[in-house]
Design a protein around this ligand. Sequence first.
Ligand SMILES: Nc1ncnc2c1ncn2[C@@H]1O[C@H](COP(=O)(O)OP(=O)(O)OP(=O)(O)O)[C@@H](O)[C@H]1O
Ligand SMILES: [Mg+2]
Length: 427
Amino acid sequence: MSRLNTVCALDLGTTKVCCAIAEYDGEDLHILGLGEVPTRGIRKGAVVDIDLAAEAVAEAVDAAEQVAGIPIDAVVVGFSGGRITSANSRGVVAVAGARREVRDADVDRVLEAARAISVPSDQRIVHVLPQQFTVDGQEGVKDAIGMSGSRLEVDAHIIMGSNTALNNVIKVAHAAGLEVEDVALQGIASAEAVIQEEEMERGVVVADIGGGTTDIAIYRKGSLIATSVIPVGGNHVTGDLAVGLRCDLDAAEEVKRRAGHCLQLTVPADVMITMTPMGYDASVQVPARYLAEIIGPRAREMAMLIQQAITKTGPASLYAGGVVLTGGGALLRGFPEVVQQETDLPCRVAAPFDVDGIGHEMRDPQYATLVGLLRWGTRSIRVAHVKGKKQQRAFNVTGTTRHNQTQVSERLNRWFRDLFTPSSKGN
Ligand SMILES: Nc1ncnc2c1ncn2[C@@H]1O[C@H](COP(=O)(O)OP(=O)(O)OP(=O)(O)O)[C@@H](O)[C@H]1O
Ligand SMILES: [Mg+2]
């Protein structure tokens, strides 16, 4: 039987901070625990207050640990906010060794060679994702290891994140007593949770509509070719409604989920909704069409930004797999139709698949990033199966391995304390 590994993921979203703990048997993810709290200290995907964000993280992790019944000390964490840039790059090396057979070390070297691009001083490379290898001129090789040849080339998609944004994410995890095992761009994590390889092959655009950002990942011929983060999300729709209906954000959020729609004409003219504007003692009736009148332009703006991200990479005809929407904001009624009209591509809303255990809770678009981060973590397990190598991967602000025994044991103490005094968590 395969050995069980535990994987933990942390999603620092603009609206929610959530943590999941899963077991991985080499094939499937079995979710053991999920903890979620409203976000504090994060705006538009970027950390703006480390202490507040760390408090939220500790609470979400506590909740996940309680459900799973095991303590955790390391997580795979997603990042999004701040300036994220990406570029495609090519690396070339000579295959080493007398047998002229591509080995792990050659692949490592060629990926290293692909990193030789100019990186702005306030940014650093976070991902080097191979798109295809070329061995002695033969293009389109997905797995070069074991192939014979003397010249190895790689086309890679390079993702760079702002040093500040990345350091702050890592600081938040450390402040909550957690090691950072790996970081992954939220948009890529979401895509991994909701689309199949066959769709990546056909060409597909994944857009995670979060609260504060829309994270885009574009795939062609099985590889990631472009990523971007648009600073607009579902919270902007809520903000527009709050202004239009003269109510507070909580009321606007509730009305949006209950009766919001992007397409005015699909809402019958006589449907009324009940709500209480600010300063009113009693509730009033508002035509549901009026909500659509407010939501429609913002939805169209978001769809146009998705369309622009697609156009930068080529014509829509390259994406037979269409647009896949995920993230909580994708639940806005009528939004897939608007995206379909703007992009001229088929569009569907997708939730994470292939998660069992308590995973049924996570088959919801808002958990796409979290499930994707778990999958990302399983890949680290596969790649770094030697424990020493895995420890070297631990991220920290200065770039050296962090092993803070005190903080880990503090977390263990906290966990046992909470386990034996559940009432202390009350209210
Ligand atoms: N049923 C619904 N109808 C419309 N919008 C919804 C619904 N459920 C959630 N949302 C919206 O989804 C957004 C939150 O999505 P999600 O949880 O994916 O964001 P996040 O990960 O916290 O944020 P981000 O990814 O931007 O950092 C909010 O704007 C919320 O209003
Ligand atoms: Mg998100």
